[in-house]
Design a protein around this ligand. Structure first.
Ligand code: GLY
Length: 370
């Protein structure tokens, strides 16, 4: 019997497991392929200011709080995991191509200013001075010095080692269901017929969170994203470039020395895993429009994964209707960014029985049920 069984070994599940283990709880993570879902596809942008949207102020507060914790979190994970994690703190540029793109950029800038967020409007010349690889056809930009990025796969590797060193046990089997006994969650069943009994179960299965029979309907759905990984980009970009290319969004995120991630499509197609010709075409076309030097790079990987989407784009954190079942899911576009704060908040709930006030807006109750 363990104190806590965590369903899902992606970034969110591992951060919760690690924090719970640090509080002296015995923890098992159940996952047949930890980190192979959204964590393996994420570009690792830590971008609450460039991704801010109208009506999402509570989410913004949570994202900013998590970003603030990032440097200390990465340093601690690196120390405990013995694996370097690349936290890139050179900021983010947002650029536009035509008049409509620039109108959208200016609207974004006004909203950032209303919220007191730091962002600087740049002329085309200033934009290209920051990132000389940008096409001269860029019409202007926004510099957001506080939005960073991290190598998500390196972070997952370091967190796995840190969690194991803290005593977390890994059960590498596919999750079949939550064990319910006496009206409360009491462990996890795997498809191999293994029961991992536990006092508390944490559901951190990302896009798959609503697929377990005993959990039933949860307001989490898969939102497909296709991304490209490239190599040979050592001197191409300093930091993340996000662009509106005649109304279409694309981002380019440098990582790991000479790597570059180009993303991402946003598609409501259930668990469709296809990397499509159209998806790859649009990403490559737009990335080359923004940074012509992308033509020269080696395309090393294409993949499609699923963000755990919710109706208001915010995560679902805390107790569920089923006693003993805690939710840590629905992180949608912000899974990497919200990894430190989710571990801290859910770790505190598991350790003390109290969920910190910061998590209150993210209860599943806001959807009028589970
Ligand atoms: N946060 C980037 C994405 O979801 O594509």
């Amino acid at each position: 019997m363990t104190d806590v069984a965590v369903a899902g070994g992606g970034l969110i599940g591992l951060s919760v497991a690690w924090r719970a283990a640090q509080r002296g709880l015995s923890v098992s993570v159940v996952d047949d392929a930890p980190g192979s879902g959204a964590s393996s596809a994420a570009a690792g942008m830590l971008a609450p200011v460039t991704e801010v949207s109208y009506g999402e102020e509570a989410l913004l507060r949570l994202c900013l709080a998590s970003l603030e914790r990032y440097p200390a979190f990465v340093a601690e994970v690196e120390r405990a995991g013995g694996v370097p994690v690349e936290l890139r703190t050179v900021g983010t540029l947002v650029v536009g191509f035509d008049e409509d793109d620039m109108r959208q950029l200016d609207a974004l800038h006004r909203y950032q200013q209303e919220l007191g967020l730091s962002a600087e409007r740049l002329t085309p010349r200033e934009t290209r001075r920051r990132e000389p690889s940008l096409t001269p056809r860029v019409r202007g930009g926004l510099a957001v010095s506080g939005d960073h990025s991290v190598d998500g796969r390196a972070l997952h590797a370091a967190l796995s080692t840190a969690a194991a060193a803290a005593g977390v046990r890994f059960v590498r089997e596919r999750i079949a269901d939550v064990e319910v006994s006496g009206g409360r969650a009491a462990g996890l069943w795997t498809t191999a017929g293994t029961l991992v009994p536990a006092d508390v179960v944490v559901l951190a299965m990302g896009a798959w969170s609503a697929t377990l029979p005993s959990v039933g309907a949860l307001p989490v759905r898969p939102v497909k994203g296709q991304i490209l990984r490239m190599a040979g980009a050592a001197d191409l970009l300093e930091g993340t470039v996000r662009a509106l290319v005649r109304g279409r969004h694309v981002y380019l995120v440098p990582y790991a020395g000479d790597g570059l991630i180009v993303g991402a499509t946003v598609e409501d197609r259930g668990f469709d895993a296809a990397v499509t010709a159209g998806g790859v075409h649009d990403l490559l076309h737009d990335a080359i429009e923004v940074v012509p030097g992308v033509t020269e790079l080696e395309l090393v990987e294409t993949l499609a994964r699923w963000r755990p989407g919710t109706a208001d784009n915010a995560p679902v954190l805390g107790p569920s209707e089923l006693p003993g079942l805690v939710l840590a899911t629905g992180h949608h576009r912000n899974g990497v960014l919200l990894t430190p704060i989710t571990g801290d908040l859910i770790g505190e709930l598991l350790g003390t029985g109290t969920l910190p006030e910061l998590a209150a807006p993210f209860s599943v109750d806001r959807f009028g049920g589970r």
